[in-house]
Design a protein around this ligand. Structure first.
Ligand SMILES: CC(C)(COP(=O)(O)OP(=O)(O)OC[C@H]1O[C@@H](n2cnc3c(N)ncnc32)[C@H](O)[C@@H]1OP(=O)(O)O)[C@@H](O)C(=O)NCCC(=O)NCCS
Length: 214
């Protein structure tokens, strides 16, 4: 099932919710519609197939619109990146997340919420990244989906969503350094540039050209 391909490619500037689903065919976007197994979602003209765990009213919104979920995300960050955000690590998850409580300027973050408003994923867009070289950025960072919700397309959808956040701000390209989302970014056409070292070991720097299809 293809829900709709008619969502405008440029969203109204102050609309802060990217409801997973589509416009109404008359240019009004961001309606919540049920997303069922096999549904193909048109998100800013990009089609994404959703898996069976993504059931109803999944929506993606700015973290700034739902700041009360920060503690949940802190726990998710600590669980996923314990060496960095755990007690012994140098990172401060709450600080890094609260920095992202922006809708316009960077850093910002998107959050995927299910129908019961449970957090089912997040991703950030930041100006800087470890291993960066001059002229690169912005960066897709901190993409994470809870273990219980993986493998159903949420990570892919968040990646597409943050690409659109960068595109809407006029950036010609977006970069990421990842060892965990290589399948997602490669399938979406990101190009590998070089290797870089992270706390988890060697990972790859990728670039996505946002002007493709212009
Ligand atoms: C990386 C991560 C965000 C992916 O989230 P996710 O929601 O599982 O991502 P997706 O479901 O879109 O894709 C994951 C896999 O499921 C598969 N998949 C997606 N939709 C599917 C569907 N409908 N049916 C079957 N498989 C599907 C994808 O093909 C993909 O396979 P691959 O990893 O072999 O390429 C998640 O694994 C995670 O949080 N990892 C830990 C943190 C991390 O490594 N982050 C990235 C570095 S910043």
């Amino acid at each position: 099932m293809i829900t709709d391909r008619s969502e405008p490619s440029t969203a109204p500037q102050h609309v802060d919710q990217h409801i997973v689903a589509t416009g109404d065919g008359r240019g009004r976007a961001f309606h919540c519609v049920p997303v069922t197994l096999g549904t193909v979602i048109a998100y800013h003209n990009q089609l994404i197939e959703m898996g069976e765990n993504v059931t109803e009213n999944l929506r993606i919104t700015h973290l700034a619109s739902v700041p009360d979920v920060v503690p949940t995300l802190v726990r998710l960050f600590i669980e996923e990146w314990e060496p960095y955000y755990g007690h012994e690590g140098p990172g401060n998850a709450e600080h890094d997340l609260r920095e992202c409580l922006n809708r316009c300027e960077l850093p910002l973050a998107l959050v995927a919420l299910d129908a019961d408003r449970n957090v089912v994923g997040t991703v950030a867009l930041r100006s800087e990244c470890f291993g960066e070289q001059e002229g690169e950025g912005p960066w897709l960072r901190a993409l994470v989906v809870p273990k219980t919700h993986r493998g159903h397309g949420i990570g892919t959808l968040l990646t597409a969503s943050i690409e659109n956040e960068a595109r809407r701000r006029g950036f010609p390209a977006i970069y990421t350094t990842t060892d965990g989302a290589e399948g997602i970014v490669r399938r979406r056409g990101w190009q590998p540039l070089r290797s870089a070292m992270s706390l988890r070991g060697v990972c790859t720097v990728y670039k996505q050209d946002l002007r493709k299809g212009d």
